[in-house]
Design a protein around this ligand. Structure first.
Ligand code: UT7
Length: 329
């Protein structure tokens, strides 16, 4: 088992105030209803960013909360790793926009694009850079304005996603607390199951993309569902093995919040009862990179993660990518 080298010194969250309820989709012209969405996904509402809100503003709010809780000033941060699938600009990274916004003048900053696994990938990358001596105080952020890349005319995806941000400050571990094990993997052969065809260099945005709406998220939901359960189950096993633990040792499972049925299947596989699983997909929908850090912050605020808690984080997303960590708080 790896000795804990890095711990989470403070966690923050921010979600835009505008809440979009399931029953509002009908008035937007979508052939859907609250009963279908709740039964198939567990989602009841999601937060949607307004025109003045973007990943810079949302991630800055979440980061400031994490920094305040960790007692860290912007000048102390020497690494910013930001996960997002909906960057504010294609160039430069959203991480440097956050670096400027926070005034983190000593920080190296870059984005990670591993879709819904991005924040977990970010923790793993930041841990590695801290272990190698390249950084001492890292800010790891997950932020999404998915409402800007969702096709609001496609009922199979529009009902699923939401906006928000979560963040954590990482510092050198003390008293045996911190990251106990990590695991991350990918399978790019499955990329077409969840992607945006146009808008990048391979298929630049043009009139055709505007017409066929190929610059929005497209997903084969049923196929993604199967892979999500399989990969998140595997990831739980691997992180538990790495920490020499079983599901019985875990105080709280915080899975990626995409669909309550995926969460239930993953927890069952890991041998963790639903009382020990944190679920907030009902109130936020799928916020991709932001999903796990937002859930972690809510779990901590609700007193479900306390001093000494052992927590299993697991995520799965486009790519496909998947990742997991066991952390002692
Ligand atoms: O973030 C990581 C990646 N994303 C995920 O993990 C999402 C994984 N997938 C899922 O969560 C589920 O597959 C969905 C929630 C997306 C869909 O649920 P499903 O039970 O797999 O439904 P389905 O796609 O098989 O569709 C069943 C029916 C279809 O109608 P027919 O062909 O049976 O007549 C759909 O057209 O439901 C229809 N449908 C809807 N009906 C009402 C699809 N979307 C909607 C909707 N409202 N919003």
């Amino acid at each position: 088992m790896k000795r804990p080298y890095v711990y989470l010194a403070g966690v923050g969250r921010w979600a835009p105030p505008r809440i979009l309820r399931n029953d509002e989709f009908a008035s937007m012209g979508l052939d859907t209803n609250d009963a279908w969405i709740v039964q198939r996904t567990g989602i009841r509402e999601r937060h949607i960013a307004g025109p003045a809100e973007n990943n810079r503003t949302m991630s800055a709010a979440a980061s400031r909360m994490a920094m305040e809780r960790a007692g860290v000033h912007p000048g102390e941060i020497d690494l910013i790793v930001l996960g997002t699938a909906s960057p504010d600009h294609l160039l430069p990274s959203t991480a440097v926009e956050l670096q400027a916004e926070l005034g983190a003048s000593r920080a190296a900053a870059f984005d990670i694009c591993a879709a819904c696994s991005s924040w977990l990938y970010g923790l793993i990358v930041a841990e590695g850079l801290m272990m190698s001596g390249s950084a001492e105080t890292a800010l790891v952020v997950g932020t999404e304005k998915l409402s800007s890349i969702v096709d609001w005319k496609d009922r199979s995806t529009a009902v699923l996603f939401g906006d928000g941000a979560g963040a954590a400050i990482l510092r050198r571990s003390k008293h045996g607390k911190g990251i106990l094990s990590t695991y991350f993997r990918s399978d790019g052969t499955l990329a077409p199951l969840l992607h945006r065809r146009a808008g990048g260099a391979a298929q630049p945005f043009d009139e055709h993309a505007l017409h066929d709406r190929s610059f929005y998220i497209e997903m084969e939901g049923r196929e993604v569902f199967k892979h999500a359960v399989r990969s998140m189950s595997d990831a739980c096993d691997r992180a538990l093995d790495g920490a020499r633990m079983t599901g019985a040792d875990i105080d709280l499972l915080i899975p990626h919040q995409a669909n309550v049925r995926i969460i239930e299947a993953t927890a069952k596989h890991a041998g963790i009862p639903m009382e020990k699983v944190f679920v907030n997909v009902d109130r936020y929908g799928n916020t991709s990179s932001a999903s796990v850090p937002m859930a972690l912050e809510e779990a901590m605020a609700a007193g479900r993660v306390t001093d000494g808690s052992t927590v299993l984080l697991v995520a799965f997303g486009a790519g496909f990518t998947w990742a997991s960590l066991v952390i002692r708080f």
